[in-house]
Design a protein around this ligand. Structure first.
Ligand code: SF4
Length: 214
């Protein structure tokens, strides 16, 4: 875990991320709040690319909770069987569709607590949906963000909830909305787990990681 960076350094880091890409986008394909919830739930322990490949066909026939119920669990499995843990995920997709209809009038609820009552939806999934669909500056922390937050010193924390809180506390508010995507893209393509590309890194001079290479 690196030492906590100062406000000025964190501000400079996000200014650089913003200058390089002003409107970062998530990579999971979706057409509405419901398909986003499903796509994010399916992405646990799977790549966005793999999920997109499966959901293109799925969402073409089932882009609402009712259509998903009509398709049924076996129908969902046919579309998503290339994704890890697909049986369990298909079960949850059907259960969450049922719950959305029974409890929320077929709409995705706009609070973290309500979203987390949906089968297969945890805090991270709820935060991604709050951020990407409801435009709330929620900070979903996955393995990439956990690593970047700790290595750089932007948001050191012993677990994902601590890192989430540290991002909320440390990132200047003007960058809060897009912080999730800037950090995830940085972790996915530059600050990689095994071989971080420190020599090409935009924030090399600001990063506090003692093992970084120059
Ligand atoms: S300098 Fe290296 S460790 Fe630091 S953020 Fe960049 S890629 Fe990651």
């Amino acid at each position: 875990m690196a030492k906590q960076l100062s406000f000025g350094t964190i501000h400079e880091i996000f200014s650089r991320f913003q200058a390089r890409c002003a409107e970062p986008e998530g990579e999971l394909e979706h057409t509405n709040a419901f398909t986003l919830v499903v796509a994010v739930a399916l992405s646990a322990q799977a790549t966005d690319k793999g999920v997109n490949k499966a959901t293109r066909g799925l969402f073409a026939v089932a882009d609402t909770p009712q259509k998903m119920l009509d398709l049924g669990e076996e129908g969902v499995i046919e579309h998503i069987k290339t994704i890890g843990l697909y049986r369990n995920k298909a079960k949850n997709v059907i259960k969450l569709s049922r719950r959305l209809i029974d409890e929320y009038g077929g709409e995705v609820p706009s609070s973290r607590a309500a979203m987390q009552t949906l089968p297969g939806v945890g805090r991270k999934t709820a935060n991604v949906v709050l951020n990407m669909w409801f435009r709330h500056p929620a900070q979903a922390v996955d393995t990439h963000i956990d690593r970047v937050g700790n290595r750089t010193g932007i948001a050191p924390g012993k677990d994902v909830v601590a890192v989430e809180r540290a991002i909320e506390d440390n990132v200047p508010v003007e960058f809060a909305q897009h912080a999730h995507h800037w950090l995830i893209l940085h972790g996915r393509y530059t600050c990689k787990a095994r071989k971080p590309a420190c020599s090409e890194c935009l924030i090399n001079d600001l990063c506090a990681w003692e093992e970084k290479t120059t």
